[in-house]
Design a protein around this ligand. Structure first.
Ligand code: IPE
Ligand code: IPE
Ligand code: MG
Ligand code: MG
Ligand code: MG
Length: 294
């Protein structure tokens, strides 16, 4: 993090520590019959993730005037679900990735069946956690997360991503993929945060608009980093998208134009955040996302 992100850097570091501590309580290691499953669930969960989705939940709460502490378990639920999506995304039948978060992907460290089931278990646990931790708001949170992660959201994007591999990209399909496979969960995280902060409908709408712009920018940057980042930075195999014939922004527009898109979307997001009562850290996070190197 550069100097201008000093405050954000401290906030993200604090969030990472709190989220990891709480995740340790939620999912401690175990032995016996479930030992190997727990090991597999923890393998990818506790590798070096950036914890952006938890940050979006917590900063979403704060942006509408709520307390971060009230949203900690929801932030953990978002990370559990996100981690499942990474484990399944890496499977041989999907992106066939060897490396995730700087360590062997789940099916490489364990076996394919275990990776599928570890993903299933993390996905299910995320909803269990929302229901158990939020007796009053559980249903509203489950609704947001299920919509974002489900067949009209993240899964729709993942299906189109697979179907489009090896085809010539067009702008509309590319946007559909990115807005769904990545944007939908990012929007859900922000809205869950807003709900826990007691945000009224107009503020949830502002979080949705902010999330759409940030979500698309986030995935454009992910595509750019696939072509430009070292494996030691990203923790993923470099150049994987081009090798797999993925439909990406750099494939369609080249790197300079893709990076301009991401910057424009960030400025759009910053404008969308202006109607929130406490937008500062969210705005910093949006700007950081386009400058990140991992
Ligand atoms: C990777 O997400 C998958 C995408 C949706 C682009 P992140 O870049 O947030 O991965 P981690 O959580 O830091 O590993
Ligand atoms: C992944 O997109 C989106 C989800 C995991 C839902 P990518 O396939 O581009 O993510 P990485 O690059 O493997 O992290
Ligand atoms: Mg993928
Ligand atoms: Mg992938
Ligand atoms: Mg990628």
């Amino acid at each position: 993090l550069t100097r201008e992100f000093h405050t954000l850097g401290a906030a993200l570091e604090g969030i990472r520590i709190q989220v990891d501590r709480r995740l340790e309580e939620i999912l401690p290691p175990g032995d016996g019959r479930n030992g190997r499953l727990l090991q597999a669930m923890r393998h990818t969960l506790f590798a070096s993730g950036k914890r952006f989705r938890p940050a979006l939940v917590l900063l979403g709460t704060e942006a509408v005037g709520g307390e971060r502490a009230d949203a900690l378990d929801c932030a953990c639920a978002a990370e559990l679900l996100h981690t499942y999506s990474l484990i399944h995304d890496d499977l041989p039948s999907m992106d066939d990735a060897e490396l995730r978060r700087g360590i062997p992907s789940s099916h490489r460290a364990f076996d394919e069946g275990t990776a599928v089931l570890a993903g299933d278990a993390l996905l299910t646990l995320s909803f269990e956690l929302l229901a158990a931790s939020y007796p009053e708001k559980g249903a509203a949170l489950v609704l947001e997360l299920a919509r974002g992660a489900g067949y009209r959201g993240m899964i729709a994007g993942q299906v189109q991503d697979l179907a489009s591999s090896g085809t010539t990209p067009d702008e509309e399909t590319l946007r559909f993929i990115h807005e769904n496979k990545t944007g939908a969960l990012i929007v859900a995280c922000l809205r869950m945060g807003g709900i826990l902060g007691q945000g009224p409908g107009n503020l949830l709408d502002a979080l949705t608009r902010f999330g759409r712009a940030v979500g698309l920018a986030f995935q454009i940057v992910d595509d750019i980093l696939d072509e430009t980042a070292e494996e030691s930075q990203s923790g993923k195999t470099a150049g994987a998208d081009r090798n797999a014939g993925k439909v990406t922004f750099p494939a369609l527009y080249g790197l300079p134009k893709s990076s301009r898109f991401a910057q424009d979307l960030t400025e759009q997001a910053v404008r969308d955040a202006a109607s929130l009562p406490y937008p500062d850290l969210l705005v910093d996070l949006a700007r950081y996302i386009v400058q990140r190197t991992a």
